[in-house]
Design a protein around this ligand. Structure first.
Ligand code: NAD
Ligand code: DAU
Length: 356
């Protein structure tokens, strides 16, 4: 039997990259990986599958409509998984333009391309097709001391980033309601793990600590995030893609609520233990409290009961085991960190773009 084909967008980024690597290890699908290789996307993440016959990398944007049409007609995918986005809240506060262009307009273009393609499929292929949109818990806004985000929590995005993600979720919902496109939406909490660009809290703190730089904690470090190991997230997406109900939303979270200061303290202790020769230890002395992020959401926490009850997904990694693995990964992969910081892309881009 022929393998299924998935068009994955943003598969050179953090979560998309982990997802594509996982699919190649599973060996059950062929992946067409469309990524614009912004600062956050890097082929170094995919170097281990450079010659994999089931992975086809295409350099291009969600906003290139002819390219989207060409890829869908050429590869006839069974599903689209949309990871591509501008993902960093602080950058969205500095300048929101790229966030609107990719997260909102780009998702619109992808939905339109998917709709035209899906309309032309056979009855059988139409029924089996899925469009999975990867979104965030930040669309629900901020929690007080108690409560959890469920799939019916009203949307209340607070940052430019979350506003564009919220808008994209609404577009996805509308394309299902109006045109019948078989969509699935997942809203996930903070991810951590290998291959995360060192601007996000955990890899930034690891990298700064190893270089003896300050560890900038916003405000008092009292904001709370619900941490999920990236491999658990990738398994959840697979699970929703294969067994989720079209039109439904699934919240994904790790049941790991921590203040930022707790996270940074734990990282410092792990670095003291795993990098005992570091000249920078004890790493805690590098912590500096800095001006808070404008509009900083206080607390995120996910009720992942629906995906557990309906699809049987539960996270496998605890925060303790996942964070230890992550610190060890960054210690072992300094070359990857340097290559993404220096943005030195590998020279193996396979693209049929010019053949259109
Ligand atoms: P990332 O920033 O690491 O990667 C994004 C990828 O998208 C990069 O490879 C980039 O090159 C690519 N990209 C950007 N603009 C593009 C465009 N116009 N066309 C094609 N590709 C483009 O992001 P991430 O952390 O891996 O997040 C992936 C998705 O998951 C995003 O949609 C994000 O909103 C969502 N999400 C992230 C987290 C998290 O904690 N990181 C949590 C929940 C949801
Ligand atoms: O909740 C899911 C979201 O998690 C995703 O949708 C986003 O794409 C992802 O970036 C992440 O958003 P956050 O803003 O929560 O992640 P970040 O790593 O930027 O920050 C985590 C917390 O740490 C947040 O409360 C701000 C704080 N922080 C962050 C940085 C970069 C610091 O205190 N210092 C820092 O230097």
């Amino acid at each position: 039997m022929n393998k299924k084909t998935w068009l994955v967008t943003g598969g050179a980024g953090f979560i998309g990259g982990n997802f594509v690597l996982r699919q190649m290890a599973r060996g059950e699908v062929m992946v067409i990986n469309l990524d614009a290789l912004t600062y956050a996307g890097n082929l170094a993440t995919l170097s281990g599958i450079e010659d994999h016959p089931d992975h086809y990398f295409v350099l291009g944007s969600l906003n290139d409509q002819p390219l989207l049409g060409y890829l869908l007609e050429t590869w006839q995918p069974d599903a689209i998984v949309n990871f591509a986005a501008e993902s960093h809240v602080d950058r969205s506060i500095d300048s929101a333009e790229d966030f609107v262009q990719t997260n909102l307009v780009g998702t619109f273009h992808l939905l339109e391309a998917a709709r035209h393609y899906w309309n032309g499929l056979s009855v059988e292929k139409r029924a089996a097709f899925r469009f999975l949109h990867v979104s965030t818990d930040e669309v629900y806004g901020s929690l007080g001391e108690t409560g959890l985000f469920t799939e019916t929590t009203p949307y209340q995005p607070n940052s430019p980033y979350s506003a564009t993600k919220a808008g994209s979720d609404h577009l996805v919902r509308a394309w299902h309601h109006t045109y019948g496109l078989p969509v699935l939406t997942t809203n996930c909490s903070n991810n951590y793990g290998p291959y995360q660009y060192p601007e996000k809290l955990i890899p930034l703190m690891i990298q700064n600590a190893l270089e003896g730089k300050a560890l900038p904690v916003y405000g008092q470090g009292a904001n709370i995030r619900d941490w999920l190991y990236v491999e658990d997230h990738c398994r959840a997406i697979e699970c929703v893609l294969e067994n989720g109900q079209p039109g439904e939303v699934y919240n994904i979270g790790g049941h790991n609520e921590k203040t930022n200061l707790e996270v940074v303290h734990t990282l410092c202790a792990l670095l003291d233990e795993l990098a005992p020769d570091s000249a920078q230890g004890p790493h805690r002395q590098l912590i500096q409290f800095v001006t808070d992020r404008p509009g900083h959401d206080q607390r995120y926490a996910i009720d992942a009961g629906k995906i557990q009850r309906e699809l049987g997904w539960v996270p496998e990694e605890t925060f303790e085991t996942g964070l230890r693995k992550t610190v060890q990964w960054y210690l072992d992969n300094g070359e990857w960190v340097q290559s993404v910081i220096n943005d030195c892309h590998h020279q193996w881009i396979k693209t049929q773009y010019d053949e259109r």
